[in-house]
Design a protein around this ligand. Structure first.
Ligand SMILES: [Zn+2]
Length: 454
């Protein structure tokens, strides 16, 4: 149901706080607790969405708020551009829960300490929401139109398989985004310093597919003192062990091919010969992210069986989290089914298809240009994420998605440990950098020009 739809409002432009406001906006968003507990018991995204609507309306941009359930709010807005096709720029408003007892500072206080803004969502992904808002507001204040028509989407429920967010939007309000051909959102865009004079920026250009499976073995129930003709736990455990031990072969895609070529140019050891060798290089902090895209992964994660020590249960269940390389879904499911064998049944609980975006698209070269203008000499490294994001939902209707939330990070900062981690924090300077890069990418204009507000 749509709660509100507002038309484009008049706005006269004029100077404003400039790109520095990205810090205040991110801080405000962190202070709005939008924890997602995997059901609708949390506060929901409505307060965050209303905050975003206000920030857009202040610069004359109307928003449509859509709620599949009360308080589970998505927001879509449109900014006219100089040409088409439209570009979808999106971020999710929900965050994973945070236990204040485990944090050095309160996760929803939005404190700034020693140049870092702390808080849940500062990396996943209220930082990007703040950057999108800042870049858009700055365009309006300077009277600059984006190069392409922009569709801005701020989404609910990303942290729970996109159910009430991007998936729901695609299935129920496709007309709001149907003219978009490409999308920008999390998780890439962040820097890794590989030499004192060289940074690379990882560009998420594809996502592995996700197959969540339930395995069930049935057997003969009975007293545990008697030989069991078919023990369900035994049958299931053997299958689970085979999955855990399986060595999946390397599978290359357009994106990982481009990634390996760029790594070779940078002098990294060949990931094809020995993917693990990357762990011993300056790329160690992201080696797992890069190499896990090269092969399927299947991990048993939950076991459920039995209730009494002296009773053989009639069934046993296991859950498996499978991640498959784009283009190889059928191969993955067939091979997994072969490994599991005929004695255990398989139910697909949830399946998100893998997707890939063109690593050679003109949008990618514009990202490279925008980054290089702010960080001369840097290089873009495309990769396939082993996790899924809202971009996967949009890929289902043909929108090619890139993870590009630009952040220039200090070398000692561990980006990957921030996701869903305790003490999540973002460097304040990186936020301002990101807002500038995004502005340059979306407008083609220099954020430092005299028309600048900062
Ligand atoms: Zn996220």
């Amino acid at each position: 149901m749509a709660r509100r739809a507002a038309a484009q409002l008049p706005f006269s432009g004029g100077p404003g706080p400039g790109f520095g406001e990205v810090v205040d906006i991110c801080r405000d968003l962190i202070r709005i607790d939008s924890s997602n507990y995997g059901d609708s018991s949390g506060p929901g995204e409505r307060a965050a969405a209303e905050y975003v609507a206000t920030k857009l309306s202040e610069v004359g941009i109307g928003s449509t708020l859509l709620e599949p359930e009360p308080r589970r709010t998505n927001l879509v807005a449109r900014v006219p551009g100089r040409s088409g096709p439209a570009l979808l720029v999106h971020g999710h408003l929900d965050v994973v829960p945070a236990d204040p007892a485990l944090w050095a500072v309160h996760p929803f206080a939005g404190e700034i300490i020693d140049g870092f803004l702390w808080g849940r969502g500062s990396i996943d992904m209220k930082h990007m929401v703040a950057m999108i808002l800042t870049a858009t507001r700055e365009m309006r204040r300077r009277g600059v139109q984006p190069q392409r028509e922009l569709v801005l989407a701020f989404l609910a429920d990303e942290e729970n398989a996109f159910t009430l967010g991007s998936r729901w939007l695609v299935n129920n309000h496709r007309e709001l985004i149907d003219d978009c051909t490409e999308a920008i959102s999390e998780v890439g865009g962040f820097s890794v310093q590989i030499r004192p004079d060289q940074r690379i920026y990882l560009l998420e250009s594809g996502r592995k597919g996700v197959a969540w499976l339930r395995l069930t073995a049935h057997g003969t129930a009975g007293h545990a003192s008697i030989t069991s003709p078919r023990n369900s736990i035994g049958v299931l455990s053997a299958a689970v062990a085979r999955i855990a031990e399986h060595q999946w072969p390397l599978r290359l895609t357009t994106v990982s091919g481009q990634m390996t070529r760029t790594l070779a140019e940078l002098g990294a050891p060949s990931v094809l010969g020995d993917p693990e060798a990357l762990q011993n290089t300056v790329l160690a902090p992201v080696a797992g992210m890069l190499t896990s895209s090269l092969r399927h992964v299947a991990n048993p994660t939950v076991l459920k069986a039995g209730h009494s020590l002296n009773v053989v249960p009639d069934s046993a269940e296991a859950y498996v989290d499978g991640r498959f390389v784009p283009g190889y879904q059928e191969e993955f499911l067939d091979e997994l089914s072969f490994i599991i064998g005929p004695d255990v049944s398989i139910d697909v609980i949830d399946l998100t298809e893998a997707d890939q975006a063109d690593p050679d698209a003109s949008l990618v070269s514009r990202m490279q240009t925008a980054l290089a203008a702010e960080d001369p000499g840097c290089k873009v490294l495309p990769y396939t994420s082993s996790a899924s994001t809202d971009n996967a939902s949009f890929a289902g209707i043909g929108i090619q998605g890139y993870g590009f939330a630009p952040l220039k990070l200090p070398p000692e900062y561990s980006f990957s440990s921030m996701f869903h981690g305790t003490d999540e924090r973002v460097p304040v300077e990186a936020l301002i950098f990101g807002a500038r890069v995004l502005y340059r990418l979306l407008t083609g204009e220099d954020p430092h020009s005299s028309r600048a507000g900062s």
